[in-house]
Design a binder for this molecule. Sequence first.
Ligand SMILES: NC(=O)c1ccc[n+]([C@@H]2O[C@H](COP(=O)([O-])OP(=O)(O)OC[C@H]3O[C@@H](n4cnc5c(N)ncnc54)[C@H](OP(=O)(O)O)[C@@H]3O)[C@@H](O)[C@H]2O)c1
Length: 244
Amino acid sequence: MLITGASRGIGAATALLAAEAGYAVAVHYHRQEAAAAKVVSAIHGKGGRAVAIQADISRESDIVRLFSETDRLLGKLTSLVNNAGVLERQMRLEELDAARLQRLFTVNVIGQMLCAREAVRRMSVRHGGLGGTIVNVSSVAARTGAPGEYVDYAASKGAIDTLTVGLAREVAGEGIRVNAVRPGFIYTDIHATGGEPGRVDRLRDRIPMRRGGTAREVAEAILWLASEKSSYTSGTFLEVAGGR
Ligand SMILES: NC(=O)c1ccc[n+]([C@@H]2O[C@H](COP(=O)([O-])OP(=O)(O)OC[C@H]3O[C@@H](n4cnc5c(N)ncnc54)[C@H](OP(=O)(O)O)[C@@H]3O)[C@@H](O)[C@H]2O)c1
């Protein structure tokens, strides 16, 4: 299983859970090499198999190398967790500029689409593959729109939802299932990037369950969608959002 953005947050929790479930895991990271190494050594410590691989998801050549390194180090890819994603400081749409939109859409949309392409080229029975699963990490923001915070980020996740439905139907007859999780407010570093590390606690009262979620709770949903347990499920979304 290749998990993008697995050095921290939801990706790291997914890597640990995947290793417990018996997957050999490619722990992709961008800048935080030490954090990725910690995830890998935690997996090794429990007798699992994992490697850390660096790549900038905003560069197509890096993505191509990420997948070929995964082939070389771990063998045939059976699952991709398309998790790496970014947001920028909270602001209204009227303050956004094109450079920010370019950065955001290059990672969140173009990056995820190119990673999906690499996975399909390896998994599709059309190309001699054995099938597999792709789990995209979208967001509840795709349906709420994140007004006043980051409409651009929400729109990028809307694109991921459309990718999930379209690609799922495109490759359903080729042994590949494509689904997405839509996390709600989850305790990770991403909110600090938006300029508000305490965001989840501020918004807690808007969540029917009255608490933020953990990365591990999202990882459980991802693992289910990646596994044979969801064998008749494709092109759909699993919300992990405390009922929101
Ligand atoms: N946390 C939430 O409340 C929430 C809610 C809904 C959806 N999500 C989605 O869940 C996914 C994971 O979010 P998170 O909260 O776990 O985020 P996070 O803690 O901020 O981690 C982000 C991950 O993405 C990687 N990354 C960032 N920029 C990259 C780039 N240019 N190329 C490659 N990798 C890059 C980071 O690598 P380095 O560590 O090496 O920099 C890190 O592993 C994202 O798609 C996010 O949109 C999160």
